[in-house]
Design a protein around this ligand. Structure first.
Ligand SMILES: Cc1ncc(C[n+]2csc(CCOP(=O)(O)OP(=O)(O)O)c2C)c(N)n1
Ligand SMILES: [Mg+2]
Length: 260
C-alpha cells in the first residue's frame, strides 16, 4: 500500500500487525456492519494515526469494506487517507488521528459513556511510544485512574523508535511500566511480535477490566518487523520502499496476501 502511492508509514505498521490481527480476529467483540454508536461492541481507538496502513488492512480483512479499496490508499478522493478521519466515511474509523496525543482522551470519553450506558464492553486504544512525548497523554494517564475508568485497555507500541531517532535519544521515557503503575494503572507487558503472547496478554487484560483500574499494556515491538533492512531503524518510520526494496520486502513476507 505504501509503495503504491510512494508515501506513508511502513515501520510502525509492520510492528503493530500482530496486535491489530489479534484484536480484530480474536479478542474484540465487534461488528463489521459498522455503526458509530458501538452499543454493546468493543471499540478500538487508533491514536498513532500514521500507522493507518495496518489499521485499514485489518478493517478490510475483517469485512468493514472491500479489500480492493486498499489499493486506493493515499490517492486523491480515496476514503483511505494517510491519516484516518471520520468525514471520509470509511467504516471502522471512529476518530480522526494523526495529530498525536489525542487518542487516549477520546478513548476515556468513550469508556466513560459506555459506563453511563451500562454497556459492559471494552475500549482498546493504541499509542506510539514517541507519541507519549505529547503532554496531553499525561493528563489522560492521570485522569483515567482517578475516575475509575476500568473498561479501558491502552496499549503503547514500545518500539524504541520515533520519527527523529531512538526514543532514548529524543526524549527518554525511562521505565514506562513503573510510570503507568505509579499513576494508578494496572500495567502489563508483552512481546507484541509473538502472537501467542499477544493473544494471552490481551485476554488477561480483558479479564482485569471492571476491577477499578484502567489497564495499560507496554507492548515491545520491532519497527519494520519482518523486513530485515527496515527492522529497528527509525528511518523507516515514514518512508516508502522503492521498487527494488518492495521486491526484497515481499520476498521476506511470503504470507503477504497481495490480492488487491
Ligand atoms: C502533535 C503532533 N506532533 C508531531 C507530529 C509529527 N509526527 C508524526 S509521527 C511522529 C513520531 C511518533 O513516534 P511514535 O509514536 O513512536 O511512532 P513510530 O515512529 O514508532 O511509528 C511525529 C513526531 C504529529 N503527527 N503530531
Ligand atoms: Mg515508536
Amino acid at each position: 500500500m505504501v509503495h503504491g502511492c510512494s508515501s506513508g508509514h511502513p515501520g510502525g505498521s509492520l510492528g503493530c500487525a500482530d496486535l491489530l490481527t489479534a484484536l480484530y480476529f480474536d479478542i474484540m467483540k465487534h461488528d463489521p456492519n459498522f455503526n458509530m454508536e458501538a452499543n454493546g461492541e468493543d471499540v478500538f481507538i487508533l491514536s498513532n494515526g500514521h500507522i493507518s496502513p495496518v489499521f485499514y488492512a485489518a478493517l478490510a480483512r475483517s469485512g468493514y469494506f472491500d479489500v480492493k479499496e486498499l489499493a486506493t490508499f493515499r490517492k486523491l478522493n480515496s476514503r483511505l487517507q494517510g491519516h484516518p478521519t471520520t468525514h471520509e466515511g470509511l467504516p471502522g474509523v471512529r476518530i480522526a488521528s494523526g495529530s498525536l496525543g489525542q487518542g487516549m482522551s477520546v478513548a476515556i470519553g468513550v469508556a466513560l459513556s459506555k459506563k453511563l450506558n451500562n454497556d459492559h464492553s471494552v475500549v482498546f486504544s493504541l499509542h506510539g511510544d514517541g507519541e507519549l512525548d505529547e503532554g496531553q497523554n499525561w493528563e489522560a494517564i492521570l485522569f483515567a485512574p482517578h475516575h475509575n475508568v476500568d473498561n479501558l485497555i491502552s496499549i503503547v507500541d514500545f518500539n524504541g523508535q520515533q520519527i527523529d531517532g531512538p526514543t532514548k535519544k529524543v526524549l527518554n521515557l525511562g521505565n514506562l511500566k513503573q510510570k503507568f503503575d505509579v499513576f494508578g494503572w494496572h500495567t502489563l507487558e508483552m512481546d507484541g511480535n509473538n502472537m501467542d503472547e499477544v493473544v494471552a496478554t490481551l485476554k488477561e487484560a480483558k479479564s482485569l477490566t471492571g476491577k477499578g483500574k484502567p489497564i495499560a499494556i507496554i507492548m515491545r515491538t520491532i519497527m519494520g518487523k519482518g523486513v530485515d533492512f527496515m527492522e529497528n531503524d527509525h528511518n523507516w518510520h515514514g518512508v516508502a520502499p522503492n521498487d527494488e526494496q518492495l521486491k526484497k520486502a515481499l520476498e521476506q513476507l511470503p504470507e503477504t496476501i497481495g490480492d488487491y
